[in-house]
Structure formats: C-alpha cells, structure tokens
Ligand binder design. Sequence first.
Ligand SMILES: [Fe+2]
Length: 231
Amino acid sequence: MLIKLDHTATLNIQEVRHQLHLGKQLVLIKNFPLDDLYLENFILKLGKPVLEARNIKGKSVFDVEVSKHNDFFKSIANSNLDFPLHTDCSDFHPIPNSIAMLCVEPAHKKQGISHFALLATILDTLSDAEKKELVQKQWTFRNKQRPILLQENNTYKICYDRITIESFSEVSPKDLELLNKLDTLFIASSFSMLLEKGDLILFRNDLMLHGRGGFDIDTKRLLKRVRFQID
Ligand SMILES: [Fe+2]
C-alpha cells in the first residue's frame, strides 16, 4: 500500500516514477524541503504539472488550508470539514492522473488524518456484475457525463466525487442508495495515515481515492498540492 523513501538519503527519482506508473502504492517521501519552487521543480522531473488557477504567481502549487471569502469557505479543500474519499478534478478533461501533497504544517491533536483507497483493493470487493454496472452507468460530474469505473484495455480507472455529483445534478433515491453503498465499500477498502511535517505523498488520482478527516477550525494545517500528469 505504501512505499517509504527519504529525501535526505539518496532519492531515486526513477523509482518514484516507476511506482507512480504502476499505481499500486502510495509513495511517501520523508524530510522533503518545505519550498514551493523546489516542489515544482521536483514534480517537473516526474510529469507535466497542471497550472493552478488559484496560484497568484500562475504556478502549479495550491495551498490546502482553511480560507474563507465573505464568510464562506472557498472550497472544501479550503475548509476544516471531513472530505470523503474522492477523485480530484472529476469534472476536468483530461483528469490529471497524479497528485502530490506536501505537509508543511499538520493539524494539531492528530486531526485531519488522510485516507486512501486503492482501486486494486476496491476491485477485489466487487463482483463482475457490480463492475459492469459501474462501467456502464453514466453519472453527471458538473458538466461531464462519465462512469465511475472506466475500462480501457482490460484495466480499470476510477472517477468518483460524490460531492460534485450531488451538487450539480438531481440524484434519484435508487442512485443515492448506490452511492451510499459505494461509500461504505470504499471506506472498508481504505487505509489511513497521519502526515507529518516534511512528508511528501505522491499517488495516482485515477487508481486511488483520497480523503481526509475534519479538524479544528483554528488549526494552522497547511498542505501544498500539485496535480500533474505522468505519461
Ligand atoms: Fe482531493
């Protein structure tokens, strides 16, 4: 589930790239420098970063921290709320296939725990009929219609963000029941970890779901996020 590397030791970038290509594990790099430019340059060695519209310098780093505008959280990422297991950018085309998150400041009292669910583990719990249903049924992700499970050349990819589905479309009671069932199944397939200062995690957005637990509103939790595409 997790491969642990250390930035202060000799870091093998080819190994990081290889693990991301396989997409079967989460890559954790300890003691990563807390520097936006260093992070951006590191990601450039792995793939093509997605420029972040909310980065004031037009770069790829986004600050995941509590931030409000007119008393409203700017996004769920900018709140202190629980964020259930999901795919990032479920309404993008293309959906970036990789994500990096650097922990600059963890939440206090062991809150804001990170959750992950590998698609490979999820698939093991699904019957062939359930997989078929998830491949065939189209859902509305804002203005994009796509299935939760994408099948390409005998491999699967996942796209799931219940908040986006429910925010932009009418969901029938039957579909609601299916989403509830999926959430339960994803949680049962998940593992959790508490990020420490200087932890950089890298994972596949199309082969793993991620989420986080809530935390106190006054905490200074700060993660630096870069979405990117590996070939
Ligand atoms: Fe996310």
